[in-house]
Every structure is written in structure tokens, then in C-alpha cells.
Design a protein around this ligand. Sequence first.
Ligand code: GDP
Length: 193
Amino acid sequence: MKVTKAEIVISAVAEAQYPDDNLPEIVLLGRSNVGKSTFVNTLIERRSLARTSSQPGKTQTMNFYRINDVFYFVDMPGYGYAKASKTEREKWGKMIEKYLRNRENAVLIFQLIDSRHEPSEDDLLMYEWLIYYDLKPVIIGTKADKLSKTNQKKAVNRIAKSLNLKKSDELILFSAETKLGKDEVWECIHNVL
Ligand code: GDP
């Protein structure tokens, strides 16, 4: 898809604010700083539609980006921010849970995991929660340019092993620098639209 129009429609904190134009929604989940904003900007070839943050965990809103008036990217607030208070975490949990369990427009979930490290406890909890509710995500291993080819292979195996992925489960290594995985991600998107 050639992106000719990309706009942030709303930074929502409550259900009443979700867009009501009934377009399909593609959800991005991942811990703070994993590269969600960069992922969006890379896919749509905009430098800074989605705000990249050097202060992880700062944005606790669900950002709806409307792409070509065809679908939305819904960038969820990052999980597992160490400095977030218990109240903030609970608020986060409720907001995301409500969206994911009820929102019929959500047609695809990308869960982003930093390919350089072992998936965190929060990554695993998020993944298991999604599987439990029959919301299997496509896993994206981010920042793959920071790994050598050999270590990229190791990263794939490490993530697959810790999430207990099957051969048929999708896992895409991604890099904003080299554009690795970009075409594959677009293919996933096209498949659900
Ligand atoms: P978010 O908090 O998940 O939205 O993460 P950001 O998109 O703001 O990215 C966090 C940091 O990781 C920023 O400094 C980005 O430049 C960096 N980053 C994100 N994706 C990549 C990537 O593919 N390669 C490299 N080398 N850095 C990345």
C-alpha cells in the first residue's frame, strides 16, 4: 500500500473517544521503548507521525493513526515501565484489556519484542494473556540491525523458544534502519484488510 495520507486522529484515554468511522484497526503492543512509534513511522515512511519518545512510558494514551482512510494503527501505551506507579499500571491494564476484549474493529495485533534480549517477564505475560483470549499476535522482533546475521538467527530461536511458538506462528525480525521485515509486515496487513 502506498501511504498517501496519515494522520493522528485521537490520543484516547477512554472508550468514548475511540473513532467511530468503523475502519479496521491494527494494534501495536510492546513495552516502552521497544520501537512502536518507529515501527509505525517506518511502515508509512513518515519521519515523525508517531511520536518517538526518549522518555519511555510517558505516553499513557492509545494513539489512533488513520492511514489512507483505510485502516488505523492503534499504538497502545507501552507496558512494563519500571517507574510507573501501581495505580498507573492498573489503569493501563484496564484500558488495554477493555479495548482488546471488546473492540470488534481490531483485526490484527502486532506484539513488538526487542530482538536483542530475552523476552521480558512482561512480554511473556502479555503474550500469554493474548493467547488465553484467543487473540494471537504476530510477533515483531525489533532493532534487528543491532544484531549480526548470526545473532539475528539466534534471536529468532530465543524468542520462539521462550514464547513456545509453533513453526506456523508468525515472527518477523524488523529494523527501522535497514527496513528488514517491512515488506513482510505489510503483507500481514494486506491479508487482514
Ligand atoms: P516506543 O516507546 O516503543 O514508541 O519506542 P520508540 O519508537 O520511541 O523507539 C525507542 C528508541 O529505539 C528510539 O531511540 C529509536 O530510535 C530506537 N529504535 C527504534 N527502532 C529501531 C530500530 O529498528 N533500529 C535501531 N537501531 N533503533 C531503533
